[in-house]
Design a protein around this ligand. Sequence first.
Ligand code: NDP
Length: 354
Amino acid sequence: MARKNLTFHLAERPKGNIVPGKTFNLVETDAPTASDLKDGQILVENIYLSLDPAMRTWLYDIRSYVPPVAIGEKMRGGSIARVLATKSAKAKEGEYVYAGSGWTEVAVVGDAEFEPIVLPKGTQITDAIGAAGMTGMTAYFGLTDIGKPKAGETVVVSGAAGATGSVVGQIAKINGARVIGLAGSDDKCKVLTEELGFDVALNYKSPTFAEDFVKATPDYIDVYWDNVGGDILEKALARAATKSRFVMCGSISRYNGLEKESPGIRNLFVVVTQRVRMEGFIVTDFRDRYPEAKKQLGQWIAEGKLKSKETIVKGGIKVADVAISNLFEGGNTGKLLVEVKPIDQGNENSRSLL
Ligand code: NDP
């Protein structure tokens, strides 16, 4: 009997939050097979689907860094996937790859849309999508090329307990900086200071956050990592040191309302008075240097200098449209993934053996 395949297609452009069962249609078809492959393609089954805040921004019909997902189109996304069949010289059957295979169970993927997973011993396969993958590389390039923290400088990271922020703070510590993480719960703050080595962690939802933030930054902020935008960015601007660097990575507090005009950012004149450099970037700007980042991040993880955190939602591909709300409600610590299919623990490429 033909294998069945569940796939999410964009049904409508949401206003506000993604609505499970409404924003996407979950469609069942026959799965593609090896006989569908052309030269340079592989057939994969997804194992872990990456859920990313940017996915919400791809649902708007607005000018962005990638075209919007079209109505009726398969939802875009990156995964760790297992190769079921291959007509590509880049991958063998049974190997795991990082693939842009989308919100589906089985897919045909072309040479340009996947990369073999190369990680040192001491890492786990999910690192290829998290701390040594796209979000880890975002942290690596944003810090090494834009933030450039020096030993003794103060680095403040917003969204600090998430996939990107948790790596940013740890790399800043490796560089000898004093690191302050901002996160949305006391439990997340504990993870930052007790597990990940942050010097200070502040709960931005605490009623005393404004005073706590001023107290924690007596020498002002040399590097601010912006994952969230909004009033936290405004507060950080008010504490910017002379010649500080603001690494503009994301603005998740706005992602559910991008169709509305931005309310604006207060305290922007500080950029002039303190000669602040604010610079945005997209990780794909650094595509040519991915091997450098993956190698360094993998090495740090293997040496125990970089700890990778992840939140894995089980239940198969069908839970993806519910699971993504974690990103906007603070439900995840570290990288948010959906387990599309339990990985074969007996396989030599399995998570624990890598
Ligand atoms: P995270 O793992 O950090 O998850 C998102 C987190 O954001 C949530 O857990 C939540 O944590 C926090 N959050 C949600 N809403 C708000 C809000 N209104 N105010 C403050 N915090 C909020 O996701 P990623 O690491 O994947 O992404 C983090 C940021 O980096 C995003 O803005 C994303 O778009 C950006 N990014 C940019 C890239 C680039 O190339 N420029 C590449 C990858 C990511 P909490 O409990 O602390 O509220």
